[in-house]
Design a protein around this ligand. Structure first.
Ligand code: NAI
Ligand code: MG
Length: 316
């Protein structure tokens, strides 16, 4: 049978990289119908996914800006969605205040955990070749959730850090078998860039804003924001999206790297237990990057979004 998945292209480079993902999935479909050649495994490539495309950009309804009904219903019905980023100005205006569109989606579907794996691509040269981290962000509560992308005053930050620290110390007492240590964000950043080895087997717990900073830094260790996927996991639905934003500086120019969205879609396939399909597409994408002949500008190459996409399709 086929699974229907909600696709939200989003703003900026969102539509271009969504097209790329759709083309790759379409190609996998077509090839799966042909006899499987001997050089690939005998798993059919056909991806049993049907996209249902909607926009979550705010619309006016009875004097309020809201997420369009059909989008909310689509996500609720399908319970799985793939999403491009949204511009900062995409707010919902509710009575007096503005609410971030992303935050509203997270609260609407109780997407409590944002899971961000960050793994080195074998064969793609970066200062470290064995990065393997997972960062999990609290999505629906916490100091950062209501004021995403906005400045926090230093005073507020120091105060919430103090609260966070005393809570951690309290919890640490209940787990004497777990070695507990404290560190400062600036030092951690320096260390991870200079010599990440001591952090190899650590679990770090930190306030949400620091997680956002460390997550972009980890992306830098493996080749940048063009490569890092994420999943917003909830009880009622899950929405998968790249870690990066709408990249307005390169939108519409055919320069965007679709890998982060593609890898997000593969997290989605795995979430749906379509592991073999995810493995197939992932291998095609990662070997294309490792070979380096058709990679996008952010990775040091000269290929357009379409040329890179075509190279992956060629491998499939
Ligand atoms: P950004 O991630 O959009 O861009 C940062 C830099 O990385 C830019 O130079 C951009 O060209 C580059 N970049 C990002 N993704 C890329 C890709 N796939 N391929 C090649 N280069 C890529 O962050 P920025 O500039 O701070 O934000 C732009 C807009 O996106 C803002 O309106 C922001 O609010 C929004 N945003 C939305 C998010 C979401 O909806 N989940 C998350 C982060 C930002
Ligand atoms: Mg960020």
């Amino acid at each position: 049978g086929k699974y229907t998945v909600t696709l939200i292209p989003g703003d900026g480079i969102g539509p271009e990289i969504s097209e790329s993902v759709k083309a790759i999935y379409r190609a996998a479909n077509v090839r799966g119908d042909a006899p499987v050649s001997s050089c690939v495994s005998d798993v059919p490539i056909k991806v049993p996914i049907q996209w249902e495309e909607v926009s979550v950009n705010p619309v006016l309804k009875e004097g309020k800006t809201v997420i369009p009904d059909d989008a909310v219903q689509s996500i609720r019905k399908n319970t799985v969605a793939l999403k491009g980023a949204h511009d900062r100005w995409q707010h919902l205006v509710l009575g007096k205040g503005h609410v971030s569109l992303n935050l509203t989606l997270r609260r609407t579907f109780k997407l409590f955990a944002n899971v961000r794996p960050c793994v080195s691509i074998e064969g793609f040269k970066t200062p470290y070749d064995d990065v393997d981290t997972v960062l999990i962000r609290e999505n629906t509560e916490g100091e950062y959730s209501g004021i995403e992308h906005e400045e926090l005053t230093l005073g507020f930050r120091k105060m919430s850090d103090g609260m966070f620290l005393s809570a951690c110390r309290q919890v640490a007492k209940d787990f004497p078998d777990v070695t507990y240590d404290e560190d400062l964000l600036d030092r951690v950043c320096l260390q991870i860039v200079q010599n990440p080895k001591p952090y190899a087997d650590r679990v770090m717990v930190m306030p949400n804003l620091y997680g956002d900073i460390l997550s972009d830094m980890c992306a830098g260790l493996i080749g940048g924001l063009g490569l890092t996927p994420s999943g917003n996991i909830g009880r009622d639905a899950s929405i998968f999206e790249a870690v990066h934003g709408s990249a307005p500086d390169i939108a519409g120019k055919g320069l965007a790297n679709p890998t982060a969205l593609l890898l997000s879609s593969l997290m989605m396939l795995r979430h749906m237990n379509l592991n073999e399909h995810a493995d197939k597409i992932q291998k095609a994408a990662l070997t294309t990057i490792a070979e380096g002949k058709a990679i996008t500008g952010d990775l040091g190459g000269k290929a357009s979004t379409q040329e890179y996409t075509a190279a992956i399709i060629g491998k499939l």
